[in-house]
Design a protein around this ligand. Sequence first.
Ligand code: NAP
Length: 288
Amino acid sequence: MVISAKTKVCAIIGDPVEHSLSPVMHNAAFKELGLNLVYVAFTVTSTELKTAVLGTKTLGLKGLNVTMPHKNAVINYLDEVDTTAKNIGAVNTILNNQGKLIGYNTDGAGAMVALQENGVYPEEKKMLLIGAGGAAKAIAYQAAQDVDELVILNRTAKKAKQLAQMLQSCDAKVTGTALSSNVLKDELSTTDILVNATSVGMHPSIDCSPVPSDLLRSDLCVMDIIYNPLKTRLLKDAQSAGATVVSGLEMLIYQGAVAIEIWTNCPAPVAVMRTAALNQLKKQGVQC
Ligand SMILES: NC(=O)c1ccc[n+]([C@@H]2O[C@H](COP(=O)([O-])OP(=O)(O)OC[C@H]3O[C@@H](n4cnc5c(N)ncnc54)[C@H](OP(=O)(O)O)[C@@H]3O)[C@@H](O)[C@H]2O)c1
């Protein structure tokens, strides 16, 4: 594309952002859509967050993605926050709507769309979610709208209980408890969809898994939201057991797709985004 005086800019802000897959993924999408838009990455420290966010108005940036460690704090500098992001308490996408900054959270929707696009439908299902950190919270909020039962297990029991407590008004039955071998074995025996939203198994600890392989079955769907490595120990074990597996790259792609739809009103070209993200992962030496 030719970058001209009319080219609009989207960006990701965070610290660090050097390894983010978002620039290649989104630039590939904008090119495919024929939009006069570019996507760049800005390292923004916590002390710089306010001026960076307010600067997006001054510079007329079209939109932002927000990554660690700013997903919570950024809310303080927005004009409006949509209900889902408000409930989660975290924003990962900002639309600059003619000078009004509106915050969204596309992580949970990204995870649920990733499941559906891989043939896994949450309705009337039981989901077991391991983890109660930032990503788990976003997924739990979205999943609780769709599944029949949601069980949240976390190393720190208090966080699992707090998250479950926050979701008590949802239609789904939601419980939160400590992650232990016995509870895991018991809950997993009646689970349809297992989601790992912890960092267990992430590079460099690639031989670790939050679930013993002998608990995995062919009638399970297993999603691991980690994408480095692309195929985690958990996903390898699940595949060996004959389960349906969904990688963290799928969640990354679909949370980005929802962001593109917010910024441009265009349906995102997910196949192009997947190819671009996969190529970038390979360039970064990630096991694919
Ligand atoms: N695919 C995507 O689009 C996407 C998006 C966001 C994040 N992610 C990935 O998701 C993972 C979690 O990210 P996050 O932002 O939610 O991080 P976070 O807020 O720091 O939460 C980390 C979670 O992992 C648990 N955990 C960490 N070490 C553990 C261990 N040794 N044993 C058991 N549990 C452990 C934590 O439990 P405690 O509460 O007990 O500490 C917590 O539940 C990361 O790998 C990140 O790269 C992927």
